[in-house]
Design a protein around this ligand. Structure first.
Ligand code: ADE
Length: 231
């Protein structure tokens, strides 16, 4: 999987991809993350990437030319998807993460501070994605959320020990509680059922806990499951 990220702040992407599991996936050539800076494509003398909005109003708007030209310069694979990170997009979830993981390349457009000139949308026609109903200062953190979540779905990113199939959401439910040593921590005991080695009982207990936790915290997920709708 190749991620090509159009961003005015490539260091944000590079620094996060230089740590932990993403770094290992890149080192092992399971994923590739490239950054392209629209500022390198400006035609203006002062490398301007934004300007005041037509019609007036506060703030600045990202200019079409640097983004459209930077995008045109990205080599596109046959099976590729272009995503714009914006609070106006469809809210990202695990189903979308699985779908996006089927592509060979994801090209991401990140804004910063301000909105995109609408013609960027009109010309590039990206799939617009939000990571939630709040506004961040830019699309870099959302892009990293997608890169992280999608990479976890790709064979070779996670070791066996980090397996994704027991994750929250992977079966439509939140994950059951987990414990490790010691058995007693400051008077708080590990549930007895986890200590008896009876795997059928343990599975049953974990499933019940998963259901209970989902019911208490995210009833909406149970509703989606019952209706047979995607998460
Ligand atoms: N850019 C700013 N806020 C965002 C959000 N919530 N999701 C995606 N991109 C964004």
């Amino acid at each position: 999987m190749k991620f090509d990220v159009l961003t005015l702040f490539p260091e944000m992407i590079k620094s996060c991809c230089g740590c932990s599991i993403l770094k290992r996936a890149i080192d092992n050539s399971v994923i590739e993350v490239n950054t392209i800076n629209p500022r390198d494509f400006t035609q203006s003398k002062h490398k301007k990437v934004d300007d005041t909005p037509y019609g007036g109003g506060a703030g600045m708007v990202l200019m079409a030319q640097p983004y459209v030209d930077a995008y045109a310069g990205v080599e596109k694979l046959e099976n590729s998807l272009t995503v714009m990170l914006t609070p106006q997009g469809k809210v990202f979830n695990d189903t979308m993460s699985n779908e996006f993981a089927q592509y060979d390349q994801i090209i991401m457009l990140c804004g910063h501070y301000e909105g995109f000139d609408e013609r960027i949308r009109e010309i590039i026609k990206p799939t617009e994605v939000s990571i939630g109903d709040f506004v961040l200062t830019g699309g870099e953190l959302p892009a990293l959320c997608l890169i992280d979540s999608i990479s976890r779905k790709i064979d070779g990113t996670l070791g066996k020990i980090e397996s994704a199939d027991k994750d929250s959401f992977s079966n439509g439910l939140l994950e059951h509680p987990q414990y490790t040593k010691p058995r007693n921590f400051r008077g708080f005991e590990v549930p007895e059922v986890l200590l008896n080695g009876n795997h059928a009982e343990i599975e049953k207990y974990r499933h019940e806990q998963s259901l209970l936790r989902t019911k208490l915290r995210r009833k909406d997920l149970l509703f989606c499951k019952k209706e047979g709708k995607k998460l």
